[in-house]
Design a protein around this ligand. Structure first.
Ligand code: PLP
Length: 399
């Protein structure tokens, strides 16, 4: 078998280097651990970058579902339907605000779909060449890398790729007056992450989120919650907007929703569920039965094992352990369930802590604002939590 260094070198030769990859080739994973091509084991406190966010790597129930489905049918295009698509949409909507689901593969694509739906809804469902088009989003948000989702993400991500979509307006996160001031008769909708994960684990107030809901109702524009990082179940609720006592008009899902397979979804509330009619949008492989079967098995695990409660309890347990370790360089811990951010004193680079953890066999991540981030699988066991925390705390202490 090829070694880490052989695979990393070959990657540099054949695969476009747009990621700043680490010198590690991942060979296999199980639960909250993975092994590299040299056989080194890592505890995964960042669950496959969120993709394996619910059940970790290769959960036997998900593997079984995918194996069974692989022997029956991989894909069929979207002029047909199939049982996994239906079962998944039923589960997604039952735990949320009803409505209907559109399937695609990535968070950026789900947000593209939402941008189109928002524009169409603002035009009364009519495909007109003019009408409300502006979208308000927030400083420090992240909605993806396609041109539409990039347009509603802070300018720095899109610098050099301009022009962006016209009418993309950014306002300070948490500032309801700024949102009100930014709305005019060309505004179609507002995109918000109920918790900004990439942006530094920024948690808004209930007043702000409820204010947004009220403002969108008052101005008759759509509220879109980007729950790509926060759902399903990660924050101790099925969907993070439920912490704020609101329901969005549209919600986007990706990362963990596929149970580790590439699947994403846009959910439209009942009022907007029939806006996208044939010809308005599409995705050939969206909701293909192979990926949808993994997602159905994953949703069932959340239900059967009450992983919503597990996320809350395990999150509290980890935050308590870190707090009690009295690590002077942690300025603040911001968390909801198993989405945890530690803001590190500016004298120390969170990036250095991240890379030292990796060296010691613990995979965590960083976010904007010198934040060290944890997002382990909701199924993570106590032994992995203990071992992971030991590494984390000793690394931070040593610095
Ligand atoms: N939305 C949010 C909140 C994200 O955090 C991300 C990616 O990190 C995206 C959208 C884009 O998702 P993807 O990388 O699947 O396109």
């Amino acid at each position: 078998m090829a070694s880490n260094s052989q695979l990393v070198e070959a990657t540099g030769k054949y695969v476009i280097e747009n990621y700043g990859r680490l010198p590690i080739a991942v060979d296999r994973g199980l639960g909250s651990r993975f092994w590299d091509a040299d056989g080194k084991c890592y505890i995964d406190f960042f669950a496959g970058f969120g993709g394996a966010g619910v059940a970790g790597h290769c959960h036997p129930k998900i593997v079984e579902a995918v194996k069974n489905q692989a022997e029956k049918l991989f894909c069929h295009g979207n002029l047909h339907t199939s049982a996994p698509q239906v079962e998944l949409a039923e589960a997604i909507t039952r735990h949320g605000f009803g409505g209907k689901v559109f399937y695609c593969h990535s968070g950026a694509e789900a947000n593209e779909a939402a941008i189109k739906l928002v524009r169409l809804a603002a035009r009364g469902g009519q495909r007109k060449s003019d009408g409300p088009y502006k979208i308000i989003s927030f400083d420090n948000c992240f909605h993806g890398r396609t041109m539409g989702s990039l347009s509603i993400t802070p300018e720095s991500f899109g610098a050099g790729f301009e022009p962006m979509l016209p009418g993309s307006v950014k306002v300070p996160f948490g500032d309801i007056d700024a949102v009100r001031a930014a709305i005019d008769d060309q505004t179609a909708g507002v995109f918000v992450e109920p918790i900004q994960a990439e942006g530094g684990m920024n948690i808004p107030t209930v007043e702000f989120m409820q204010g947004l809901r009220g403002l969108c109702d008052e101005k008759q524009i759509l509220l879109v919650c980007d729950e790509v990082w926060t759902a399903p179940a990660r924050t101790g609720k099925w969907y993070a907007h439920q912490h704020f006592g609101i329901e969005p008009d549209v919600m986007t899902l990706a990362k963990a929703i596929g149970g580790g397979a590439p699947l994403a979804a846009m959910v439209a509330a009942p009022k907007y569920a029939d806006i996208l009619v044939p010809g308005t949008h599409g995705c050939t492989m969206g909701g293909n039965p192979l990926c949808a079967s993994a997602a159905v098995a994953m949703m069932k695990l959340i239900e059967d094992q009450d992983l919503v409660t597990a996320a809350r309890q395990k999150g509290e347990r980890i935050v308590k352990a870190i707090s009690e370790a009295n690590l002077g360089c942690i300025k603040e811990i911001r968390s909801k369930g198993l989405l945890i951010g530690m803001e590190i004193d500016p004298a120390i680079e969170a990036k250095d802590l991240w890379l030292t953890c990796l060296e010691k066999g613990l995979w965590v991540c960083i976010a904007k604002g010198n934040v060290l981030r944890l997002a382990p699988a909701l199924t993570i066991g106590e032994a992995d939590i203990v071992e992971g925390l030991e590494i984390l705390i000793s690394v931070i202490r040593a610095i």
